[in-house]
Design a protein around this ligand. Structure first.
Ligand code: ADE
Length: 223
């Protein structure tokens, strides 16, 4: 999978996406990731990417020209263009899966907004999907793009060491995960539930299901 992220804060994405599994996915050739500075598609000497809003109002709006130039340079016939914005459809695991299932030849361009927003002609003419990572407002889309890329890339076949670990985790079957434990069996007087030490596979699965439902009811009754 190829992903191009376009932002005025490339380091905000490069550092977190250069670590751990996402780094290994790139080294293994499963992900071809490029983080670009939007300013490299400006033509004025101040490398200006924003301007005052028409109609008045607070804050600045991102100019259309650099986005159009960037997309023209990077787009291929298979590209899907995503814009990170709090006005987008809310990201969940189902949506993440749909982006990850595009196959190894798929190509995403992820645009990051900043200031009060992005000139709407960018959205109308270039963007296929507007995505929000939740009902709150971040200072810019680079952090949101990092979250989006991380969630999608870990579902590319081969990125997680153990394919089962993405199937068994929270949300993939609509509920949260059961609590988990490791050694030591007793710590500061707190014991690991007996059943997990029993080796009784069917009973353990039953316990996990029960705990997962309890947790979901308590923390996320909406699920
Ligand atoms: N930019 C600012 N806030 C955002 C959010 N919640 N999701 C996506 N992009 C954003």
């Amino acid at each position: 999978m190829k992903i191009d992220v376009i932002t005025i804060f490339p380091e905000m994405c490069r550092v977190p996406l250069g670590e751990s599994m996402i780094k290994r996915a790139q080294e293994a050739g499963l992900l071809d990731l490029h983080v670009h500075d939007l300013r490299s598609w400006t033509e004025d000497k101040h490398r200006k990417t924003d301007d005052e809003p028409y109609g008045g109002g607070q804050g600045m709006v991102m100019k259309p020209e650099p986005f159009f130039a960037a997309i023209e340079a990077l787009r291929t016939p298979v590209t899907t263009v995503v814009m990170m914005t709090p006005q987008g459809e809310r990201l969940d695991q189902r949506l993440v899966e749909s982006f990850a299932s595009g196959g190894s030849d798929s190509h995403l361009i992820v645009l990051c907004g900043h200031y009060e927003g992005v000139d709407h002609r960018v959205v109308e003419a270039l963007v296929d999907r507007e995505i929000s990572i939740g009902d709150y407002v971040l200072t810019n889309g680079a952090i949101a793009a990092t979250v989006f890329v991380d969630a999608v890339v870990r579902l590319i076949p081969g990125v997680l060491g153990d394919e089962r670990s993405s199937e068994e985790e929270s949300f993939s079957d609509g509920i949260l995960e059961a609590p988990c434990y490791t050694r030591p069996p007793e710590f500061q007087g707190m014991k690991v539930p007996e059943i997990l030490l029993s080796g009784h596979h069917a009973k353990i699965e039953e316990w996990k299901r029960e705990k997962a439902l309890e947790r979901t009811k308590q923390n996320r009754p909406d699920l």
